[in-house]
Design a protein around this ligand. Structure first.
Ligand SMILES: C[S@@+](CC[C@H](N)C(=O)[O-])C[C@H]1O[C@@H](n2cnc3c(N)ncnc32)[C@H](O)[C@@H]1O
Length: 261
């Protein structure tokens, strides 16, 4: 399997925003079918986060879903919080997310219970500007930090600090698989004979992900500047590729943090 993996991974664009936008351009429809590797197709994982979100996030503030992709978690958030904004570096992801929200009839912009989407590179200085009002915003971020290198993680976290202001809270959930890339793709169902299509599409088009756990969190969001309110292990649920239950769950990490004044 290793030569095939190397061959596939070599074809991914080195420019990460471009890689993401091309990946999303290749997803048919709104991406809510069975093509997106990290979409389990159910709200089971989100429901596991719901109590923590309700407990720690101020409902008077908007929630910004940073790196929202095709918006499946953004839509779930809009069922709990009055105003949700999905932001992604890929304009194609934002187009998928907006189309699905419109198809669902979720109100866009301006009123309570609304959802809207914007294309922004959240590692760019000042990318947080204008996303939230004076009170700041809460942040939901799933599966994004582990795909960024440490410099981009630091740049993105600077935007999270600006977004949250004095009242906002960050909820993050990331994969934290301890193993090399071959072990990772094998866990997800790749064998020497076959790589399932959604996984092959991700390997072919995207940078190989890393992992993000307590160590990476304390480097990217250091305790001197971020107060850790709660953290723990979670299972990140992916699209079932093999019919073997455990293979569609990736060991993950969640944390809830607030910036220190
Ligand atoms: C693994 S996907 C997760 C998508 C979504 N959060 C979910 O859980 O379904 C990572 C997402 O992060 C987005 N992304 C990557 N780099 C980004 C950046 N610099 N700014 C904003 N979004 C980014 C990608 O386009 C992609 O949609």
């Amino acid at each position: 399997m290793i030569p095939k993996l190397i061959r596939l991974a070599r074809s991914a664009p080195k420019d990460r925003p471009l890689a993401w936008d091309r990946y999303w351009a290749g997803i048919r429809g709104t991406g809510s079918g069975d093509e997106v590797l990290w979409d389990s197709g159910t709200d089971h994982e989100f429901l596991g986060y719901k109590d923590v979100l309700v407990r720690y996030l101020d409902p008077g503030l908007p929630v910004v879903d940073v790196g929202c992709g095709h918006g499946s978690f953004t839509r779930a958030l809009a069922e709990v919080f009055p105003e949700v904004i999905g932001v992604d570096v890929s304009a194609n992801a934002v187009a998928h997310a907006s189309a699905q929200a419109a198809a669902d009839g979720t109100p866009a912009g301006g009123s309570a219970g609304c959802i809207r989407f914007e294309a922004r590179d959240m590692t760019r200085p000042g990318a947080a500007e204008g996303l939230a009002g004076e009170g700041g915003a809460n942040v939901f971020i799933r599966g994004v930090l582990h795909v960024l290198d440490p410099a981009d993680q630091a740049a993105l976290v600077e935007n999270l600090r600006l977004l949250t202001g004095s009242r906002g809270t960050v909820f993050l959930a990331e994969t934290n698989f301890q193993g090399n890339p071959v072990e990772y793709v094998s866990h997800l169902g790749a064998t020497a004979r076959k790589i399932p299509a959604p996984l092959e599409r991700a390997i072919r088009g995207l940078p190989m992900p890393g992992h993000f756990g307590p160590e990476e969190r304390s480097r990217a969001l250091p305790p001197e500047t971020w107060e850790l309110l709660v953290d723990g292990e979670v299972a990140i649920e992916t699209h079932p590729l093999t019919g073997i239950d455990g293979q569609s769950r990736v060991p993950g990490y969640f944390a809830v943090l607030r910036p220190r004044a």
